[in-house]
Design a protein around this ligand. Sequence first.
Ligand code: G6P
Length: 365
Amino acid sequence: VAVDKAGHRHFMLKEIYEQPTVLSDCLRHYSDGTAVTIREGELDFAQTDRLILVACGTAHYACLVAKYWFEQLAGLPCDVDIASEFRYREPPVSDRATALFVSQSGETADTLAALRYARDKAARIVSVVNVPESSIARDSDLALPILAGVEVGVASTKAFMNQLGALAHLAILAARQRGRIDSAREAELLGTLRSLPGLINQALALEPQIEAQTRRLAEAQSVLFLGRGAMFPMALEGALKLKEISYIHAEGYASGELKHGPIALVDKSVPVVVLAPRDGLFDKTVSNMQEVMAREGRVWLVTDAEGGRLAGDGVWHRLVMPTVDPVFAPMLYAVPAQLIAYHTALHKGTDVDQPRNLAKSVTVE
Ligand code: G6P
């Protein structure tokens, strides 16, 4: 399919802006607004004793976010693995396990090999793919499309968003099938998901502010991203996006791990991006932020908390996000993470759509 930039300077920016639309398509595909519409019988999470999520790159981070959902909403034990590790480690896989493979292209060599390993162990094979006619989809018992449309930018944006969209529905389905939620709670969770495209539009409106704030970020040699709970994998994804397209060294860390190593890096030359929606762990993250500031680290706080100490007095930058139910906050916070990477790369003058040394789809080992 031929696609153009639709007036945007890069495919990546176009794809970032497509997110409200493609996410809406995905949400409509997987629910009627009050119930998940994946047919019972297609997938049975009540009969499975373990979910194994396997992927590479950005899709792996989508799996790490989904682990929080499957465990917290559905009480389903969940392992997440990088495909290249999973395939060679010879992990035990029970025939009651469900193995879920997430891949934008559906052709990543390591993910496909990991799938075949799990299939040989007689696990049920489910995939979440953007290309329905791909090898990974073909080799699955059930292939679920994410409906993101063609993604051209090497750094994945809208596919990540829609991977999360599809995985959120699977977690809600699992919660229902495992008797963890009633239909009212299911409708409430789906309602929250349906509010996301509008909130994503509001987050996109922060772009001019992000453009200005990244001017200084582009001068950094090294950047840390911090998050807690399901925002921890978002911190990993934020760091990955930044290093992929701006070539600035970046690391994502769980906020609580800061004192176990990365704080040694902190001084006034190291910006620390803190992804911290106002949730039950927010106060703990504020403490971590203060540890950074006490060492002259420059904190860029991305949050919906406003006012007083909790808004982060003394922070370097603050980006005020729309408020979202913390369960699905990672989906919303993907947007500033993407725009931070994009604008930092623009300031540096790198090739955003085709970063050096990277390929869109890695079909060889
Ligand atoms: C490459 C791409 C990444 C992508 C990863 C996995 O490294 O540059 O953007 O996340 O492969 O690709 P897949 O198609 O399996 O999602």
